[in-house]
Design a protein around this ligand. Structure first.
Ligand SMILES: [Zn+2]
Length: 323
């Protein structure tokens, strides 16, 4: 009888680092999270990452689980051969150039793999989630920022320099606000949880609605994306306006990719997609109106199903599927 295999994964999100241990059927044995605190910069973050990796391996040894490998999903473009971040990361200062793979390998005695966080999420959804069975798909994760990944010919397509799928930084308005990536009017500035919260705050400062009055209990500074979705599901007008607007802009961005590569499926995950069942429906409705008719005729639009676990599960699987 063969020994059961276990995998460890770490997903560096804009707000939280999610991590866990799972088995070969993607059954999660252990999961936890810690705040990213990306504002503190790259050095504390790489220390935290090392600490989390050691915590995972310690937990595994205490539970007598043998970990085959550890993977990390990071924002930005990642050279999967060296495990180094090779692009700017608008949400983490000074992250470009950080050799995550080399750093962790120095401290850990197991194989370490690193990839872009959205690529990791797409891999998990393709192996065990909503993208299973599709030969081509666009996978998006809408949270503090927007991560995008492409599945082409049954595997993650990384592009000529590991930068494919960066839909969050495609500009939908060249005269728009400046993004941390240096570009203007990036999609991320219109649809991320940060963007939605900012628009809602602006509207509520002019006119506080009854639903938000009740939800925020007189503390408008405590507005979060979860509270906006709570108000949205109650039918609040401000919440509806900002969510519908975000869904529309997201559809505009996705339509460009759908017209370009004509995928079988679009998979949408992340905190914003998880906020309400209706969000993905709104995006799909707009997308079907905006994109080229034959490109959406057979297109399937689905919500991601692995939720917060997708990033670390995909990261943990990396070594098996990197070609
Ligand atoms: Zn940008």
């Amino acid at each position: 009888m063969s020994e059961k295999q276990y995998f460890a994964g770490i997903d560096i999100g804009g707000t939280n680092i999610k991590f866990g241990i799972f088995d070969e059927t993607a059954k999660v044995i252990y999961r936890s999270h810690r705040p990213t605190e990306s504002n503190k910069g790259a050095t504390p973050l790489i220390h935290k990452l090392t600490n989390i990796a050691e915590q995972l391996l310690l937990h595994a040894s205490e539970e007598e689980l043998e970990i085959k490998q550890l993977g990390v999903g990071s924002p930005g473009a990642v050279d999967i051969n060296s495990g180094q971040v090779i692009s700017v990361c608008p949400n983490i200062k000074d992250w470009k150039g950080i050799a995550i793979g080399a750093h962790l390998k120095k401290h850990l005695n197991i194989p370490v793999y690193v990839d872009n966080d959205a690529n990791a999420m797409a891999l998990a959804e393709q192996k065990f989630g909503a993208a299973a069975g599709f030969n081509s798909a666009v996978c998006l994760t809408i949270g503090t920022g927007i991560g995008g990944a492409l599945i082409m010919n049954g595997s993650v397509y990384r592009g000529s320099n590991f930068s494919a799928g960066e839909l969050g930084h495609v500009s939908i308005n060249p005269d728009g606000e400046k993004c941390n990536c240096g570009n203007r009017g990036c999609l991320e500035l219109y649809c991320s949880s940060k963007a939605i919260t900012k628009s809602a705050k602006k509207l509520l400062s002019k006119h506080m609605t009854e639903d938000f009055e009740e939800i925020l209990k007189g503390e408008p500074e405590n507005l979060t994306i979860k509270k906006i979705f709570l108000a949205f599901d109650k039918g609040d007008t401000v919440a509806r306006e900002v969510i519908e607007e975000a869904a529309y802009y997201l559809a505009v961005g996705i339509a460009g990719v759908v017209n370009l590569i004509n995928p079988q499926a679009v998979i949408i995950g992340g905190g914003v997609a998880d906020g309400s069942l209706k969000f993905v429906e709104l995006v799909e409705k707009d997308l079907r109106k905006i994109a080229f008719d034959s490109a959406v005729e057979k297109l399937i639009v689905k919500k991601a199903i692995l939720g917060n676990d997708a990033g670390f599960i995909g990261a943990g699987l990396l070594g098996l599927h990197i070609s």
